[in-house]
Ligand binder design. Structure first.
Ligand SMILES: [Zn+2]
Length: 241
C-alpha cells in the first residue's frame, strides 16, 4: 500500500514520505489549511493511505500528557470547508471516520510506548489557531476525549478522495482547565514536549507503515469505495416531471 505520513512541525519529517501540514517553519495556520487540496495531490501521485500524527490536548483528567490515542470518531466544530468546491457532490458515509485497518496498524506499532496508547476516543476539532477557553473545554469534555485543529477535516477529505486515513494523537497537555490548579500549557510548552517525544513517535508511525504493508489487503475497510454510493450529482432516476 502506498502510504504517506503527515505530521505537524515538531517532527523530524526529513524522510521522503513525510508531509508537513503546516509547511516549513510552522507558517500555515490550521484554519487556512484545505486538506482536500493537498491530499488530492498525493492521491493523484499514487498515495492510497495516510497516517497522520496529531498533537492534541486532553479533555479528560485521566488521559495524561505523554499518552497516545488512536481515535475512532470525530466532532468537527470548525464550520470550515475541508475540500475545494467544484468536484462531484458527495455525501460520504462517516459512521467509521478512521480506516480500521490503519488504526489496527497504529495500535500494533504503538504497543511498546511506555506511557500507554488508548484504543479509541473522540477527536474534537476546533478552528484555532488560538487555544480554547475554559468554557469551550468544559463543553467539549462532555462529548470528546482530545482536542486539536486538523484531524477531523483531514479525515473528511480523505474519505471523499477514497484514501485510507488514521490518526495517531500525542497528548501534549491537559486542555485549559482540565487539571485544576495546573497552569495552562502555552504553545511553546506544547512544542517542547512534542519535540522530546518526536523521535519515538516517528518510529511508531513508520513501524505502522510496515505493519500495513505486511498485512497486505487483509481486512475490509470502507475507504476506497466510499465515493460511489455517495455521489448524488447524477440525474435522479426517480424524478419525473
Ligand atoms: Zn481504509
Amino acid at each position: 500500500m502506498n502510504t504517506i505520513l503527515v505530521a505537524g512541525s515538531g517532527f523530524s519529517t526529513s524522510g521522503p514520505d513525510w508531509v508537513r501540514r503546516h509547511g516549513t517553519g510552522h507558517r500555515l495556520p490550521p484554519h487556512e489549511l484545505l486538506p482536500g487540496r493537498w491530499l488530492r495531490r498525493h492521491r493523484d501521485a499514487g498515495a492510497e493511505a495516510v497516517l497522520a500524527v496529531h498533537c492534541v490536548g486532553s479533555l479528560q483528567l485521566g488521559l495524561e500528557p505523554g499518552r497516545l490515542v488512536v481515535p475512532d470518531d470525530v466532532l468537527d466544530l470548525t464550520g470550515l470547508p475541508y475540500a475545494e468546491s467544484g468536484g462531484p457532490l458527495l455525501h460520504v458515509a462517516f459512521d467509521v471516520p478512521f480506516c480500521p485497518r490503519l488504526r489496527q496498524a497504529l495500535l500494533e506499532a504503538a504497543r511498546g510506548w511506555p506511557r500507554g496508547c488508548v484504543d479509541g476516543g473522540v477527536y474534537a476539532e476546533t478552528r484555532g489557531p488560538r487555544l480554547e477557553s475554559r468554557a469551550e473545554i468544559r463543553f467539549l469534555a462532555g462529548h470528546a476525549d482530545v482536542v486539536g485543529m486538523t484531524a477531523a477535516r483531514e479525515a473528511s477529505a480523505a474519505r471523499e478522495l477514497g484514501l485510507c486515513y488514521a490518526s495517531l494523537c500525542v497528548v501534549a497537555n491537559h486542555a485549559t482547565g482540565v487539571a485544576r490548579g495546573e497552569a495552562p500549557a502555552t504553545a511553546r510548552d506544547i512544542v517542547a514536549r512534542m519535540e522530546a517525544w518526536a523521535p519515538e513517535v516517528t518510529r511508531i508511525a513508520e513501524a505502522a507503515v510496515r505493519v500495513v504493508d505486511g498485512n497486505g489487503s487483509a481486512g475490509k475497510c470502507p475507504c476506497a469505495d466510499a465515493a460511489g454510493p455517495a455521489d448524488v450529482s447524477a440525474p435522479w432516476s426517480g424524478a419525473k416531471r
